[in-house]
Design a binder for this molecule. Sequence first.
Ligand SMILES: NC(=O)c1ccc[n+]([C@@H]2O[C@H](COP(=O)([O-])OP(=O)(O)OC[C@H]3O[C@@H](n4cnc5c(N)ncnc54)[C@H](OP(=O)(O)O)[C@@H]3O)[C@@H](O)[C@H]2O)c1
Length: 292
Amino acid sequence: MPTTSQSTRIPAAASGTYSIGGDLPVVRLGYGTMQLTGEGVWGDPKDPDEAVRVLRRAVELGVTFFDTADSYGPAVAEELLAQALHPYAEDIVIATKAGLTRQGPGIWTPVGNPAYLRQQCELSLRRLRLERIDLFQLHRIDSDVPLEDQVGELRALQDEGKVRHIGLSEVDVDQLQQARKVAPIVSVQNLFNLAQRDAEPLLEHCEQNDIAFIPWFPLATGELSKHDGPLAEAATHHDATPSQLALAWLLKRSPVMLPIPGTSKVDHLESNIAAAGLELTDEEFQALSQAV
Ligand SMILES: NC(=O)c1ccc[n+]([C@@H]2O[C@H](COP(=O)([O-])OP(=O)(O)OC[C@H]3O[C@@H](n4cnc5c(N)ncnc54)[C@H](OP(=O)(O)O)[C@@H]3O)[C@@H](O)[C@H]2O)c1
């Protein structure tokens, strides 16, 4: 019988909670699994034992929200999640995605054919050893397939009980509004971090409509983590690491923000999760917003 691991959860909880779709509470500072694969998000990770340790340590540190995708590996990250965490504690929420196919390291091709999306949902259910996926995200809109057909298939999977909530990834406000005519959309996942803020209008739309905003590349793939990077000087004033500042800035930016920093290393994970307890004042937030 899965149990809650609340007793061991402290650090991540300081980031507060957000209820996805109004009924799926998660601790806001989560974890993204894309780094748990080989070079170019292809194949097995260099150190599979460390990958399992990272996932288990994340749970110990209070992370409840895990982002993954069928295409990470492909299949590798989902299988690692099940290997490390199944049977899942009651409060663990796994968000997966479908809609990007892989032809080799670093190559991603959108395929939004409804039959394909359904197949990938079935395969994710099998790999994750779940009866229902809590959050199923359309990884990319396929411009060769009508949006209504892609989101419509996710809606059908939801109606059949295979999917609890539906999310989108890399969309603009118009696409989000079109999709919401077909199905309830509870989250979007777009590139966003202190140094890359093109998705501001989408974030504001999400805030107005209580839709979760999941920023991918929250550390700008490590650029914001560097000790000689754009946050280095500010980090010394805050007695924090550059990564912690980048994550604290995201958490302060909006209550609908659910950062999912990725790492393949337990020590980086521990350091990143400690950002949950780093609260920036309004002045500090403004200064960082202008500094990068
Ligand atoms: N929807 C989409 O299209 C999409 C696209 C990309 C990513 N994502 C999701 O977003 C998640 C986050 O993105 P990401 O993992 O690519 O990028 P990220 O979180 O911005 O950065 C990860 C990189 O930063 C390094 N790093 C992490 N913590 C560090 C620390 N404390 N000190 C120094 N370096 C550190 C990692 O290296 P180490 O392994 O050495 O720590 C890794 O190279 C992914 O895991 C995935 O779930 C979604």
